[in-house]
Design a protein around this ligand. Structure first.
Ligand code: ADP
Ligand code: ASP
Ligand code: MG
Length: 455
């Protein structure tokens, strides 16, 4: 069995859904198809939640009508039955009723937010299922809440692989005589059956979790670009398509900012050694990017990726000098507030570290101030060069820093993995620095075994 995941832009309207149907039909294998919400719908629901928080109920209703129009138009263009349009309308009315109830109650817990966020995928899968049924007689919709089981972190839930394997196994044996199983990405449920979600962009992760628990032969991620590029094509010029990446390279690339894959996507595939292929729904015959265990092109920089909205916390204390236990006290505080630390640099008397999630920044800083002097730097960015073995190659590090002469680099990370070399700098210098690094390492690359020019 293979798993195919189609992102928001791949299912954004009727024409795209027809393409998705063709791609699925052209694969002879038995397959699990995972779909996202239509492009922009989850953003609208997030907007809706913010409006609700600020008591702007009319704006929230406006957004619901936009969501309604988008889905009804898609359904009409796909010539779906009246009863399906009625069902979509009913679901959207349900969303409206929940919004009304929450506005009266003044309640907006993570549990309610997860429920609201799940509507995007629920509406999308319903539309796609009804369209698929017109062309396939052996397609089965399986609600992802019956498949992926998580803890109670409602809006960024952690998957329980043991329970998930059991649930998926149960559903597949109950419905064994189907060729195509269709489910929502992003949406899951806890052990009480309450809706949870896997964090923004989480449909990629849903697909890889399913691939892992069924031991799929392959995971195909269909998106709106030809595969993984040497940098973000929205901001950087002359990017190339990367044909092959190792699991380590792809994990680091996703973790350090390439939006094309959710950061957690690769881990489940690694354990079962499942190849992950990133392909373009609108150009499906291109070979895309293949991510596999084996390494290729050692000492070659494959990508320059970046992350914005990074905060540096500087922790200065003489108590660190010649003592032990200080670092663990610091990390206990981050642990307590469930805030991941991304990059760390230490000296005899100071620790600098970066965080992305500033939800609990105030509480963290208040606690850190009890043991050290603290200063903060906001609006920072991380740039990472990704490629097997690059950090072990003196020439590459020298070129990396040489090219950034004149740009103020605040932190450097030389971690244990050989795959990435990261720096932290001010956001205002970000794009200039990324373009300089990309021009230096990736513009003249003529290694067509690994890169290809876009056309
Ligand atoms: P989907 O809806 O299919 O999940 P996303 O919008 O989440 O799609 O991810 C695809 C987008 O990621 C592309 O349209 C592209 O603009 C952006 N992107 C950022 N960095 C990269 C990269 N290194 N390679 C390819 N795409 C990238
Ligand atoms: N629809 C969700 C989001 O926009 C999940 C996804 O598209 O992967 O974040
Ligand atoms: Mg995505």
């Amino acid at each position: 069995m293979i798993v195919m995941k189609f992102g928001g832009t791949s299912v954004k309207d009727a024409e795209s859904i027809i393409r998705v149907f063709e791609i699925v039909k052209n694969h002879n294998n038995k397959k699990f198809v995972v779909v996202s919400a239509q492009a922009g719908v989850t953003d609208k629901i997030v907007d809706l939640i913010n409006n609700l928080k600020n008591n702007h109920i009319e704006n929230a209703y406006d957004l619901i009508e936009q969501i309604r129009n988008q889905h009804i138009l898609t359904a009409q263009k796909l010539k779906l039955k009246k009863s399906v349009i009625y069902e979509l309308e009913k679901k959207i009315d349900e969303l409206k009723n929940i919004i009304f109830a929450l506005s009266i109650l003044g309640e907006l817990s993570p549990k309610s937010q997860a429920k609201l966020l799940s509507f995007g995928e629920d509406l999308s899968v319903l539309t796609i299922f009804e369209y698929f049924k017109k062309g396939y007689d052996r397609v089965k919709f399986l609600d992802s809440r019956l498949l992926i089981k998580t803890d109670n972190e409602y809006t960024s839930a952690n998957v329980d692989f043991r329970l998930t394997k059991e649930s998926v196994g149960k559903q597949l044996s109950k419905h064994s005589d189907y060729n195509v199983y269709l489910t929502q990405g992003f949406v899951a449920s806890n052990k009480y059956g309450e809706t949870t979600t896997l964090g923004r962009g989480g449909s990629d992760y849903s697909a890889s979790v399913i691939a892992s628990v069924i031991g799929a032969n392959e995971l195909k991620i269909y998106t709106d670009v030809d595969g993984i590029m040497t940098s973000d094509p929205r901001f950087i010029k002359n990017v190339k398509l990367i044909k092959r990446l190792s699991y380590d390279e792809a994990s680091e690339l996703a973790f350090f900012g390439a939006k094309v894959l959710h950061p957690k996507t690769i881990t489940p595939a690694i354990e079962k050694n499942i190849p992950v292929v990133v392909l373009n729904t609108f150009n499906p015959n291109k070979s895309g990017t293949t991510i596999i265990r084996s390494k290729s092109g050692i000492n070659i920089v494959k990508a320059i990726v970046f992350r914005k909205n990074v905060t540096i916390i500087n922790i200065i204390s003489n108590r660190m000098l010649g003592t032990y236990g200080f670092l663990s006290k610091v990390f206990e505080i981050f642990n307590k507030y469930c805030t991941p630390v991304d990059i760390v640099a230490t000296s005899e008397v100071s620790i600098s570290l970066t965080i992305d999630d500033i939800k609990n920044l105030k509480s963290i800083v208040d606690e850190l101030r009890k043991i050290a002097k603290i200063s903060l730097k906001r609006n920072m960015a991380i740039i990472s060069a990704i490629g097997e073995g690059i950090r072990d190659t003196a020439g590459i590090a020298a070129r990396f820093f040489g090219i950034l002469r004149g740009i103020n680099i605040t932190m450097v990370s030389i971690g244990a993995s050989e795959v990435n070399l990261s720096i932290v700098l001010s956001e205002k210098d970000l794009f200039k620095a990324v373009q300089l690094l990309h021009d230096e390492f990736l513009t003249d690359t003529e290694n067509y075994d690994i890169f290809s020019h876009l056309n």
